[in-house]
Design a protein around this ligand. Structure first.
Ligand code: NAD
Length: 327
């Protein structure tokens, strides 16, 4: 039986990855500051602890692991990353985690390690035209990410890469583009655009309004969680050690996406544009490389993935509202 360690197994992508590895018959050890929020972990063992602490990292990276997945990070949606208030923590916390993990992976001679990077590493100046954003892997340099979160991810890509070059660490690096789906954070400030828009639509009364940050003309692509997990597994099985996009090429403006979600809600709602953190004007994955190397293409259309996600969030909103009703 193969053994995998998933760091960040209490989070959105990590908890789904653990489920998938269990279906593939791995023995899975999950590590996180917290258990998954929305369902019981599928991991065989779950270790609670802080990966910023090198002694803790040394204690949970097992020399017998066949694969380590490094997904732990201090992260959130635009409201968290672009407010400016979390910049120092994001950089410090995530860099410490990665510094500890990479060192321990070399020390324990781990056979293969996956690192979750982000589309946020791509230069801002290539994402100013909402109709033609450039996010091919080779466009990362000269670097100019639009957030400290992106800079930290770029630093950590280089950290993993330098340990690959100097110590032979067997690495895989994915640049995820906006992953969404059931069991992702949907309120509290760390939620990302798809979850926030689904929540707003689910909470709104028929005939009401939905607030959207910015003019809504900014474009994005969103990747459904099941496709993301499949992409991770295919990348892991490949021999490719350079960073690779894992995202969707189905680009949509935030206004059109909000309209799609309003339709799914079955309500009559109007959109109100308000000032808020927006990020770059346009972003979408470029999947030429990942497709060529692994054959991966996302299976879910945005409408299919969002239908599943809206229905999950609408139930969560209902549960939360019922819990608030006195008596
Ligand atoms: P998430 O926030 O749900 O999961 C991250 C997990 O890391 C959390 O459960 C958190 O508790 C844990 N963590 C944070 N600090 C820790 C610490 N000091 N010690 C132990 N655990 C700690 O995020 P996610 O959406 O599942 O993302 C997983 C990874 O993928 C992250 O590295 C993220 O930056 C990257 N990523 C995600 C997306 C996306 O759209 N979800 C896009 C690009 C990149």
């Amino acid at each position: 039986m193969k053994k995998a360690i998933v760091l960040g197994a209490g989070g959105f992508i990590g908890s789904h990855l653990v489920k998938r590895l269990k279906t593939e018959n791995y023995f899975v050890i999950g590590v996180d500051l917290k258990y998954p929020e929305f369902s019981k972990t599928a991991a065989d063992e779950f270790i609670i602890g802080d990966l910023r602490d090198p002694d803790f990292v040394a204690s949970c990276i097992d020399v017998e692991a066949d694969e380590v997945y490094q997904l732990a990070a201090d992260m959130g949606g635009a409201g968290y990353i672009f407010s400016g208030e979390n910049d120092a923590s994001v950089m410090h916390n995530s860099a410490l985690i990665n510094l500890n993990v990479v060192k321990e992976a070399v020390r324990k001679n781990i056979r293969k390690i996956f690192y979750a990077s982000s589309a946020c590493i791509y230069p801002k100046f290539n994402q100013e035209d909402p109709d033609n954003p450039i996010c091919s892997e080779d466009s990362a340099y000269p670097a100019f990410p639009d957030s400290e979160y992106g800079w930290e991810k770029l630093f950590s890509e280089r950290l993993f890469n330098s340990h690959h070059r100097n110590f032979g660490l067997n690495i895989r690096i994915a640049r995820f583009h906006n992953v969404y789906g059931p069991e992702g954070v949907w309120d509290g400030g760390k939620e990302k655009a798809p979850a926030a828009l689904c929540r707003k639509a689910a909470e709104a009364k028929d005939g009401g309004q939905i607030e959207v940050w910015g003019d809504g003309l900014q474009t994005r692509s969103f990747l459904f969680i099941d496709d993301c997990i499949e992409g991770i597994r295919l990348l892991m099985a490949s021999e490719f050690s350079e960073p690779m996009n894992i995202g969707s090429e189905e680009m949509i403006s935030i206004r059109e996406y909000t309209e799609m979600i309003i339709n799914l809600s079955g309500k009559s709602l109007t959109i109100k544009n308000i000032p808020g953190p927006e990020g770059v004007r346009g972003r979408k994955s470029d999947n030429r490389l990942v497709n060529k190397v692994t054959g991966w293409i996302p299976k879910y259309s945005l409408l299919e993935g969002t239908t599943i996600t809206y229905s999950w969030i609408a139930k969560e909103v209902e549960k939360a509202q019922t819990a608030k009703v006195p008596g």
